[in-house]
Design a protein around this ligand. Structure first.
Ligand SMILES: Nc1ncnc2c1ncn2[C@@H]1O[C@H](COP(=O)(O)OP(=O)(O)O)[C@@H](O)[C@H]1O
Ligand SMILES: Nc1ccn([C@@H]2O[C@H](COP(=O)(O)OP(=O)(O)O)[C@@H](O)[C@H]2O)c(=O)n1
Length: 231
């Protein structure tokens, strides 16, 4: 009997709120499976960085849209280390600056921005030459790759997410980190729903899981989905 022809890359779509572990867990899952990894939030952050560098008012949608045509964005998909570039500038570190975190939602809510970036993500996914790619963000399971064979909502309680983010941002008061995270989730949730799983999306709640257990849980969902396809 003929084996079915596999369609590459296998897309693993992961959504969730800030601090749920999307980026770190997805990266480790990709590394273990030999898959590519795409952090879509990096593109929204890089566009926010670009808008600031161009001196435009990120509160004004028309000004943000005016920057999109000059946004030359590049990102790798190697989970072992990827650089984020805007034009010739390496912005890998700069886009994590709290000043960028504070304005990124304003850029991400502009529909023209989303249309442009969604197209970009789809072309990066199509160009992936590894057997699979883990793509993480807010609207991957619902908009960017709604037909992905594996779709996961990675969540954790707000308190746990704030504690994890605060542990990373040791120079910032935990109350401030908490307030920022809450405000950003609230703004982002007005644009796309990443707090409830869409139909066919598997929820992995990492509130009570450590990092290793969360990685194993996500790999378990991928294995189960592959088993379904082969059956
Ligand atoms: N299950 C977990 N248990 C403990 N820490 C975790 C877990 N998942 C992620 N982390 C840590 O929490 C922090 C936030 O994770 P991150 O991947 O940046 O989240 P997101 O991309 O969803 O904002 C990181 O320091 C990460 O190592
Ligand atoms: N698919 C996505 C990914 C990120 N974003 C936006 O980009 C911002 C930064 O995303 P991120 O994934 O780096 O944020 P964290 O969850 O890592 O803190 C989010 O706050 C959203 O405003 C989005 O709108 N859609």
């Amino acid at each position: 009997m003929n084996e079915p022809t596999p369609v590459y890359p296998l897309v693993v779509a992961v959504d969730g709120p800030a601090g749920s572990g999307k980026s770190s867990v997805s990266k480790e899952v990709a590394r273990r499976l030999g898959y590519g990894f795409l952090d879509t939030g990096a593109a929204y952050r890089a566009l926010a960085w670009h808008a600031e560098a161009c001196g435009v008012d990120t509160d004004d949608a028309a000004s943000v849209i005016s920057c999109v045509s000059s946004f030359e964005y590049r990102i790798g998909t190697d989970p072992a280390g990827y650089a984020v570039q805007v034009g010739d500038v390496d912005v890998t570190t700069a886009i994590r600056d709290p000043d960028i975190t504070a304005v990124v939602s304003r850029v991400a809510r502009v529909p023209e921005v989303r249309t442009h970036l969604i197209e970009l993500f789809r072309s990066i996914i199509a160009d992936e030459r590894r057997p699979g790619i883990v793509v993480e963000g807010r609207d991957i399971t619902t908009v960017v790759a709604p037909d992905a064979p594996v779709r996961i909502l990675l969540t954790a309680s707000e308190a746990v997410r704030i504690a994890r983010r605060s542990a990373e941002l040791v120079d910032t008061a935990p109350e401030h980190t908490g307030e920022q995270l809450r405000r950003r989730d609230e703004a982002d949730a007005k644009v796309v729903d990443f707090m409830t799983a869409a139909e066919g999306v598997t929820t992995v709640d990492s509130t009570e899981l450590d990092f290793e257990q969360t990685v194993d849980a996500v790999i378990g969902v991928i294995r189960a989905a592959q088993h379904e396809v082969v059956r």
